[in-house]
Design a protein around this ligand. Structure first.
Ligand SMILES: [Zn+2]
Length: 146
């Protein structure tokens, strides 16, 4: 019997070639669910990204996607701050926006792809989550300087 080495990735179960840190798993599954709803093709992303984890990032970065290495890192210190689960989720969605959806930063104040948000804004982000998601998957204004 011929067994293909080609991996079929589904949205609901995580691809077997990807390591996802346990604390990011729920958020990452949520993200895939939202992608599925909107028929986002994750084939390229699943082929290229093998690790989604938590680590210590240089400077004041809270998340980073090293696309050439196939690694997404969310900063460890988020876990020690305000609303750690929502903050890591928001940051993970932001990085996945860069790496999987090819998104750039947006200037609008309230957006997943806004690079400058303060932890004070977290409750507002949480309250507006549905709107933020539609904006994230739909149209977004790009910063004029980019
Ligand atoms: Zn960014």
């Amino acid at each position: 019997m011929f067994i293909s080495g080609h991996q079929i990735s589904t949205y609901n179960s995580l691809p077997q070639n990807q390591y996802v840190h346990p604390l990011l798993k729920e958020a990452y599954k949520d993200w895939r669910k939202e992608c599925k709803k909107r028929n986002v093709d994750l084939f390229w992303f699943d082929k290229n990204v093998h690790t989604i984890s938590i680590g210590i990032l240089p400077g004041n970065k809270i998340g980073y996607c090293y696309i050439h290495e196939g690694i997404i890192i969310i900063d460890y210190y988020l876990l020690l701050g305000e609303d750690p689960f929502f903050n890591t989720k928001l940051t993970l969605f932001h990085e996945l926006g860069h790496c999987a959806l090819n998104k750039r930063h947006t200037c609008s104040k309230l957006a997943i792809m806004n690079p400058e948000r303060s932890s004070k804004q977290l409750p507002l982000y949480k309250m507006s989550w549905k709107f933020l998601l539609d904006d994230y998957f739909g149209y977004e204004s790009i910063c004029p300087e980019e």
